[in-house]
Design a binder for this molecule. Structure first.
Ligand SMILES: [Zn+2]
Ligand SMILES: [Zn+2]
Length: 311
C-alpha cells in the first residue's frame, strides 16, 4: 500500500515526466486495486494545469473508468492504461465536464485496441446519447470497419441507465453501488462506491453536502470528493457579469473545503482525496491552501489530487 503522500507525489511526478515507473513501483504493485486520478479540474473550461474530471480504478488489470471529461483518452494513455483494459464506464451526471468525452473515449479506444463489450452506466438519457454519438460518427466508424477490418462498434457498447440509489453492477472483481446526490439543477446525479477484495473507493461526482454520500462512503478506505475554495472563488467571480447567479449555483450545487472535511469525518473514511477543484485553473492554488482549509475538519489522511496521481 502507498501510505506516504510524498511517495505518491514522487510516483506521480515520475509518471508525468514520462519515466514510466508507475507500473513498476513495488508499493503500487502490492495493491491489487489501483486508483488513478486522470483529471482533477472542476468545470468545463479547458485548463492549463488540470485535465477535466475523470478517474480510473484498475482491478486485476480491468479498467473501470469513472467520468469522461474532455481529454480522458489522452490521460489514460499518459497513465499507461491500455484501452483494451476498459470494461465498464460510469458517468456521475450529465454536465459536460463529466461526459464530454464519453463517446470519444469509446470511439478512440475502439480505434486503438478495444474489440470487446463495454458496459456503460449513468443517468438518462445515456442510451440516446450513445445512439446519437454513434450516428454522429457513423462515417468514420463505417470507413474503419471497411478500411481497417474492425468489428462493428455499436454492438460493443451496452448502455445502462440508472435512476435510483443502490447496487449498480457486480462482477467477479468489484461491486459498484450508487447514491443519489444533490447537485441542482442536474437530476439525477450520482456518487459511486467500488468495493473490491482489498479496497473500498468512493467517487463523489458533483454534489453539495449530501447525507446520502456520507452513508455511501461509510468507513471507506478512500473518498475522492469534489471541493471548492470559497475565498478564492469570490475574488475570481467578482468581475463576472453574472457573478451573483454563478455564486448561487456554486453554493447550491458544490461543497466547500470545510464541508468536505466534515463529510469525511462523518463517514469515517481513512483517506480523503480532494479533486474537481474549483477554482481549478488560473490562479492555481498551492496544495497548502487546500490542505489548510480542510485540515481543521478532518484528522485522517488528506491528499490534494493531481492529474495522474495514483492512490
Ligand atoms: Zn463538475
Ligand atoms: Zn456538475
Amino acid at each position: 500500500m502507498l501510505s506516504n503522500p510524498r511517495r505518491r507525489q514522487l510516483l506521480a511526478g515520475l509518471a508525468l515526466g514520462g519515466v514510466g515507473l508507475l507500473g513498476l513501483a513495488p508499493c503500487a504493485a502490492a495493491a491489487k486495486t489501483r486508483l488513478i486520478l486522470l483529471g482533477t479540474g472542476g468545470g468545463p473550461t479547458p485548463k492549463k494545469n488540470r485535465s477535466a474530471p475523470a478517474q480510473v480504478i484498475l482491478v486485476d488489470g480491468q479498467a473501470y473508468v469513472i467520468d469522461c471529461g474532455n481529454g480522458v483518452g489522452r490521460q489514460l494513455a499518459a497513465a499507461q492504461v491500455r484501452f483494451s483494459a476498459i470494461s465498464n464506464v460510469f458517468i456521475t451526471h450529465h454536465h459536460s465536464d463529466h461526459n464530454a468525452d464519453y463517446g470519444n473515449l469509446l470511439l478512440l479506444a475502439w480505434e486503438t485496441d478495444l474489440a470487446h463489450r463495454v458496459d456503460t452506466w449513468g443517468p438518462p438519457p445515456l442510451t440516446k446519447m450513445t445512439e446519437l454519438f454513434l450516428q454522429l460518427n457513423d462515417y468514420d466508424i463505417q470507413t474503419r470497419i471497411v478500411d481497417e477490418g474492425r468489428v462493428p462498434l455499436a454492438p460493443l457498447i451496452v448502455p445502462h441507465e440508472i435512476t435510483a440509489s443502490g447496487v449498480v453492477m457486480e462482477d467477479a472483481r468489484v461491486k459498484v453501488s450508487a447514491a443519489l446526490v444533490h447537485h441542482p439543477p442536474v437530476v439525477p446525479a450520482f456518487a459511486y462506491r467500488f468495493d473490491t477484495a482489498d479496497r473500498s473507493i468512493v467517487i463523489s461526482g458533483d454534489t453539495s453536502p449530501s447525507e446520502s454520500l456520507v452513508a455511501l462512503a461509510k468507513d471507506a478506505d478512500v473518498l475522492v470528493h469534489e471541493v471548492m475554495h470559497l475565498p478564492s472563488l469570490e475574488k475570481l467571480i467578482a468581475a463576472e457579469p453574472n457573478a451573483v447567479r454563478l455564486k448561487e449555483h456554486l453554493l447550491a450545487a458544490h461543497t466547500s473545503c470545510e464541508d468536505v472535511g466534515r463529510i469525511a469525518t462523518a463517514a469515517g473514511v481513512k483517506t480523503l482525496v480532494l479533486s474537481h477543484f474549483v477554482p481549478g485553473g488560473y490562479p492555481f492554488l498551492e496544495d497548502s491552501v487546500w490542505l489548510e482549509a480542510v485540515r481543521p475538519y478532518f484528522s485522517g489522511e488528506v491528499i490534494v489530487g493531481r492529474d495522474l496521481l495514483e492512490i
